[in-house]
Write a protein that binds this ligand. Structure first.
Ligand code: SF4
Ligand code: SF4
Length: 433
């Protein structure tokens, strides 16, 4: 890939040397973490292909689409409605926030005490290594946590077309009204950018494409409830990560095919893990590509991750958007209804998230929960405390001996040894029960 796409990357303004370093480390990390797994479903070949071409063929496709007049919109958050973007025949891509890059540059721009996810977004921009960011005609930032909203004030000076979406902090009538107003404003901005008028028919088609993607992910989630689990948590996380990059219809077709294979594996009891392997739910901050540190440690320690209560996971795709509206306004209201249910920790209070974790733990028959917060992420770190104490008081959890391990970490490997010890001890404790 390195030589084939050099010209394309140069034209995008990437720093070719830094980018080559990034690709080398991404490729090596992928081989070490994914290719080394035993007994993967054969349809994971799709994931191998997407990852091998994540900065190559996919970028070429985006640039060809741009030449044909379509627009590319980059986003950092699951609050950006893909339905609206697709309705304007534009393409939505998730922007890289899962690895440290150019930390020195980043820490001269942002405080050191900023979460790794935000630092990563800046690192990719300041080091000029993200072709998605450079190919985007519009970058959408959202006023979620304080770190993000304040850092967008700086990012606005670094990217050509930053669009900031305001978001409510409370689930109230006023909050819903704010979201509705912001989605209306976003729709108008996307129409202006793309030159396409969003009609009810176009919006309904966008809703159908995204709903089908969500159904495929929901089926995957249900299939992981089997014991033994038919797929590793690492591969399932990667599927959720790839959902942000690949063409939605191609992605859905591939995951539907994988779903068929997983059904077969469940019947034949084929799994990367023996039956009775401790089952873990990971809950908390999103894990973007190539953040595979925690799941790898968990599965290496002899457990299987069967669910992610995360925006790169259940929180990102659960709940479909209603598509029976007749007008743009009715369909837009259905979009607001769907996104308003996202239980991100930026909301206060946020009881829906606790309820969802309890429901997931039951449905996926988990033996333990690992709460994952990025260091300096106040919303998720603060929510982890009351969550732990609530779960420890639940009789159903006490009877089954389900407990919660709190992990706070970043993207560096410095704490891997210490994390490994804590995770192994947690899994040993589950195993003894
Ligand atoms: S955790 Fe919150 S801010 Fe982050 S992607 Fe999810 S919804 Fe957006
Ligand atoms: S991980 Fe936390 S601090 Fe970082 S962007 Fe997300 S909500 Fe904000």
């Amino acid at each position: 890939m390195q030589t084939e796409y050099q010209e394309m990357w140069r034209d995008l303004g990437l720093d070719l040397e830094a980018h080559a370093m990034l690709l080398d480390s991404l490729g090596a990390g992928y081989r070490e973490v994914f290719s080394s797994q035993a007994n993967r479903p054969r349809e994971t070949a799709y994931l191998d292909f997407v990852m091998s071409e994540v900065h190559g063929l996919r970028i070429k496709e985006l640039l060809e689409a741009k030449k044909a007049g379509r627009k590319v919109i980059g986003a950092f958050c699951v609050f950006v409605p893909e339905e609206i973007v697709l309705a304007a025949d534009a393409i939505l891509v998730g922007l890289c926030t899962g690895a440290d890059f150019g930390l020195e540059l980043v820490e001269s721009t942002l405080p050191r005490t900023t979460c790794a996810l935000i630092k990563s977004a800046f690192g990719f921009k300041l080091s000029r290594v993200c072709p998605y960011l450079e190919a985007a005609d519009m970058v959408v930032g959202e006023n979620t946590c304080d770190g993000k909203k304040k850092s967008y004030e700086i990012l606005g000076g670094l990217v050509d077309n930053l669009y900031v979406m305001d978001l409510p902090q409370q689930k109230s009538a006023l909050g819903r009204q704010l979201l509705a107003g912001e989605y209306r404003r976003f729709l108008t901005a996307v129409e202006k950018l793309s030159g396409v008028e969003i009609t009810a028919g176009r919006l309904r088609r966008g809703i159908e494409i995204v709903n089908r993607k969500r159904r495929a992910l929901e089926r995957l989630s249900r299939l992981r409830a089997a014991d033994p689990a038919p797929i590793s948590g690492l591969d399932a996380l990667l599927i959720n990560q790839v959902a942000f990059y690949d063409d939605p219809e191609r992605f859905t077709a591939a995951i539907e095919k994988l779903g068929d294979e997983l059904e077969e594996r469940i019947q034949k009891k084929i799994s990367p893990f023996p039956a009775g392997t401790p089952r873990i739910l990971v809950s908390g901050c999103p894990m973007a590509v190539p953040n595979w540190k925690l799941p790898r440690l968990v599965e290496q320690a002899g457990a299987v991750i069967v669910g992610e209560e995360s925006c790169v996971g259940e929180r990102g795709w659960r709940n479909l958007t209603g598509n029976d509206g007749e007008t743009v306004e009715e369909l837009l209201a259905a979009i607001v209804d769907r996104y308003y249910k996202i239980d991100c920790a930026i909301f206060t209070p946020n009881p829906e998230r606790e309820e969802h974790i309890i429901e997931l733990a039951d449905r996926l028959q988990v033996n333990g929960i690992i709460h994952y917060s990025l260091q300096f992420c106040q919303p998720y770190t603060i929510e982890s405390r009351p969550l732990k104490s609530r779960l420890s008081r639940l009789s159903g959890f006490r009877e089954k001996g389900i407990s919660l391990l709190n992990i706070e970490t970043d993207y560096s490997m410095e704490d891997s040894g210490q994390l490994q010890t804590r995770i192994e001890a947690f899994i040993e404790m589950i195993d003894r029960r």
